[in-house]
Ligand binder design. Structure first.
Ligand SMILES: [Zn+2]
Length: 248
């Protein structure tokens, strides 16, 4: 395979690799959008479940306290009767103390019930907000999943086609050149560079004059001493290049 042919193949490979990179980025982006929605829903699912468990615990504790108060109210009844029946001052005092203790216990329980009720109400409100957020994500996912999946399918098919094309194009390239190309690409992102004026088109460093001279004299593949990319000479593109001030 002649050097000019190798250059053409390397250029085509570089172009395909840039397109592949872009497709892979699109694929990653679509996947991350989808994953983001799904993991957001999963996170809220977990939160809803743990909220429900803690609400159940609060309701149970509240129920037990209410039952306690009921029992104590009955005991209060008994103590009042005892007080009414008491014959001596000692009996009356004892019944009175019992009544006071029970009243204090009831007040404590009622205070606890009040706290738990307030906590549970706050939890329920928070839970409603979580539910709404969950619902919104579920709807968002439902609305977008189809489009994202079809875009993903499209990108994946394009990737496969490009990979097949790339393999066919790379095949006739001498193995040593291809290996070098791949090694540089893995380190630098891109593997080839042109020079038209003695500087590397990729890293913009000046090439040693002798190297530039050799590159210009005949079709040749070398490596840029600064960035190691495979470098070759390409004549300046037509005079139509208005951007070049030299040609003004
Ligand atoms: Zn360079």
């Amino acid at each position: 395979m002649s050097i000019p042919d190798q250059i053409r193949v390397l250029e085509k490979l570089a172009q395909l690799d840039a397109e592949l990179k872009e497709l892979q980025e699109q694929q990653a982006q679509e996947r991350s959008t989808l994953d983001g929605l799904k993991s957001g829903i999963a996170r809220l699912d977990e939160k809803l479940a743990s909220d429900a468990a803690s609400l159940a615990t609060m309701d149970k504790a509240r129920g037990e306290l209410i039952q306690d108060v009921r029992n104590m109210t009955q005991q209060l009844e008994h103590s009042r009767e005892k007080l009414g029946r008491s014959r001596t001052e000692r009996e009356a005092n004892a019944a009175q103390r019992e009544l006071e203790e029970l009243r204090k216990l009831v007040r404590d329980r009622e205070e606890e019930i009040g706290k738990i009720t307030a906590d549970a109400d706050a939890s329920r409100q928070q839970n409603e907000a979580t539910r709404a957020e969950h619902q919104k994500l579920v709807e968002d996912l439902a609305a977008r999943e189809g489009a994202i999946s079809s875009k993903l399918g499209e990108v994946t098919r394009a990737l496969e086609a490009k990979k097949t094309e790339r393999a066919a194009i790379a095949k006739p390239l001498p193995a040593q050149i291809y290996r070098r190309y791949e090694m540089i690409r893995s380190k630098r992102g891109t593997a080839i560079a042109k020079t038209t004026d003695g500087t590397c088109g990729a890293c913009h460093m000046a090439l040693p004059p002798q190297l530039f001279h050799r590159l210009r004299r005949e079709p040749l593949l070398e490596q840029c001493p600064s960035c190691n990319r495979i470098i070759y000479f390409a004549p300046a593109v037509a005079a139509a290049d208005a951007a070049s001030p030299d040609r003004g």
